[in-house]
Write a protein that binds this ligand. Sequence first.
Ligand SMILES: NC(=O)c1ccc[n+]([C@@H]2O[C@H](COP(=O)([O-])OP(=O)(O)OC[C@H]3O[C@@H](n4cnc5c(N)ncnc54)[C@H](O)[C@@H]3O)[C@@H](O)[C@H]2O)c1
Length: 251
Amino acid sequence: MAGRLDGKVALITGATGGIGAATAELFAREGARLVLTDRYEVALENLAARLTEHGAEILTARLDVSSAQNWSDAVTAVRERFGALHVLVTLAGVVDWPGIEATTEDGWDHVIAVNQTGTWLAMRAVMPLLRESTNASIVTTSSVLGLIGSGAAAAYQASKGAVRLLSKTAAVEYATRGVRVNSVHPGVVATPMIQHILDEQGDRQPDIARTPMRRAARPEEIAPAYLFLASDESSYMTGSELVIDGGMTAH
Ligand SMILES: NC(=O)c1ccc[n+]([C@@H]2O[C@H](COP(=O)([O-])OP(=O)(O)OC[C@H]3O[C@@H](n4cnc5c(N)ncnc54)[C@H](O)[C@@H]3O)[C@@H](O)[C@H]2O)c1
C-alpha cells in the first residue's frame, strides 16, 4: 500500500522526545526517508534501530538546534546521503516555568536560543534544499502557550508566540517558491517534558483542569497533525495554525 510520505525525505529535530519519537515512527510507517536529529547520540541510535524495522532508510545526526555550525554540518550530511530534503519538522524544545520576575537571564536565554532562534536557524539552514524540491513543507511546533497567556513560563510563552509568527512570515515569503510553512499548537501532552508534573498533580494540574476533555494527549494523538501538514494532502495550507488541545483554547 502506498505511504502518505512515499518519496519524501524528512528531517525531524527533537526526534527522540515524546512527540518527536511518535512522529518519527508514523513518518517511517508512511514511507518517509528520515533524518533523525537530537542532542544525544545513544537515544538517536536506539530510535533509528527501532524504526529500521519498518524498513525506513535513516540518517541520524547529533544536532543542537541553537548551533548554526551544527545546522551547516547536518545539511551537508543530508546532501551527501539523500541529495534532497522535502520536509522539516521542528520539535526540539525546552521549557522554563517561572513568570516575569522569577525568570533569570540564563533561563530566558536558553529557552529563546532553543525554541525561537533554533527554529529560525533550522529554516535558514534547510531552505535551499527545500526550495530545490519545489514541493516542500515546514512544520514548526508552537503550543497553546503560543496563543494564550498562562500567567507563568514567561520565556517559553515568548518563544512559542515568536515561533507562531516566524512560521507565518516564512509562509508568506516562500508561498510561491515551493515551501509551505505551518505551525502545530499542542495542548497538554504526556511526554518527558511535563510527565513529572502530571505524575505529581494528576487531574488537578491546572492546564488539565481547564482542558474540556480533562486529560493530557498521548504523543500518538499529536503526531498525525505533523503527518498531514508534511504530506501533499495539505497542499493548499500555508501560514496556518493547527491546534490540538482537547478544547483548551475553545473557551
Ligand atoms: N508536552 C507538552 O505538553 C507540549 C505542549 C505544547 C508544545 N510542546 C512542544 O512540543 C515539542 C516537543 O516536546 P515534547 O513534549 O515531546 O518534549 P520532550 O522533552 O519529550 O522532547 C523535546 C526534545 O527536544 C530535544 N532538545 C532539547 N533541547 C535541544 C537542543 N538544544 N537541540 C536539539 N534538541 C533539543 C530534547 O533532547 C528532547 O528530545 C517542544 O517544542 C515542546 O515545547 C509540548
